[in-house]
Design a protein around this ligand. Structure first.
Ligand code: AMP
Length: 216
C-alpha cells in the first residue's frame, strides 16, 4: 500500500494519516516532521532547511528529494507508506516516480483532502503538536487534548509550531496554490486521484478515506 495524502497546510493530512497508518501497519512519512527534527538536532540538513521553513517557503527540491530517497529505502517503507507533505512540486512528484520505479513499485492512490480556506485558517491557528510522538491537536475543535497542553498519547508538553503564525500561514497557503496544487491534475491524469471533502468529525473522514482507497 503506497499512498500520498495531498492537501493544503491544515487540511488534516497528518491527523488522518496517523490512525490509518496504525490500522494499515505502514509508516506515515512526513517531510515536515523529518525536517523539524533535523532543525531541532541542528544537523547539516536542518541548517539548510531552517530559513525556508521559517519563511513558509519550500525547501529546495533536491534537498527534500535526497532526504526522501534515503527514507524510502528503509525496510519499513519498502513495504508501504503514507506520504504526508511530499511531493509538494511537480519536480518532486517526478523524482518520487523514479525512486519507486527503481524499487519496482508504484503508487496505489493519491488522496486529495479538500477543505475551505476558512476552516484551514481556523485549524492552523489552533493547532498544537506533540514534539515527541508527533500527534496533532487543535484547541479550536473537538481535537483538543484532554489535559490542556499535554499529549494524550505520550504525556509530552505540546507546542505551537513556529510557522503556525498568521503571516507565515498566508505565505504557506500561497505557496501551496502556486506550487503544490498543480499536483492535483498531475495525479488525475495518472488515474490515481481520489478527492474527499474533509467536513465533519474525524471518524467520518477516516471512513471516507477508507472508502476512497478501497481495492487500491
Ligand atoms: P509541513 O509540516 O508539511 O507543513 O511542512 C512544514 C515546512 O517544511 C514547509 O512549510 C516547508 O518549508 C518544509 N517542507 C515540508 N515538506 C516539504 C517538501 N516536500 N518540499 C519542500 N519543503 C517542504
Amino acid at each position: 500500500m503506497r499512498f500520498i495524502f495531498l492537501g493544503a497546510p491544515g487540511a488534516g493530512k497528518g491527523t488522518y494519516a496517523g490512525p490509518l497508518s496504525r490500522e494499515w501497519k505502514i509508516p506515515t512519512i512526513s517531510t515536515g516532521d523529518i525536517l523539524r527534527e533535523n532543525v531541532k538536532q541542528n544537523t547539516e540538513l536542518g541548517r539548510q532547511a531552517k530559513t525556508y521553513m521559517e519563511r513558509g517557503a519550500l525547501v529546495p527540491d533536491e534537498v527534500v528529494t535526497g532526504m526522501m530517497a534515503e527514507r524510502l529505502s528503509e525496510p519499513d517503507a519498502v513495504r508501504g507508506f503514507i506520504l504526508d507533505g511530499y511531493p509538494r512540486t511537480i519536480q518532486q512528484a517526478e523524482a518520487l516516480d523514479k525512486i519507486l520505479a527503481e524499487q519496482n513499485h508504484g503508487l496505489n492512490a493519491v488522496v486529495n483532502i479538500e477543505v475551505s480556506r476558512e476552516v484551514i485558517i481556523q485549524r492552523l491557528t489552533g493547532r498544537r503538536a506533540c514534539p515527541q510522538c508527533h500527534a496533532n491537536y487543535n484547541v479550536n475543535t473537538s481535537l483538543r487534548p484532554r489535559v490542556e497542553n499535554v499529549c494524550d498519547r505520550c504525556g509530552a508538553g505540546l507546542i505551537t509550531r513556529s510557522d503556525d503564525n498568521e503571516e507565515t500561514i498566508t505565505q504557506r497557503l500561497a505557496v501551496y496554490a502556486e506550487q503544490t496544487a498543480p499536483l492535483i491534475d498531475f495525479y488525475r491524469q495518472d488515474g490515481l486521484l481520489r478527492s474527499i471533502t474533509a467536513i465533519g468529525e474525524v471518524p467520518e473522514i477516516l471512513n471516507a478515506i477508507r472508502a476512497a482507497v478501497k481495492g487500491n
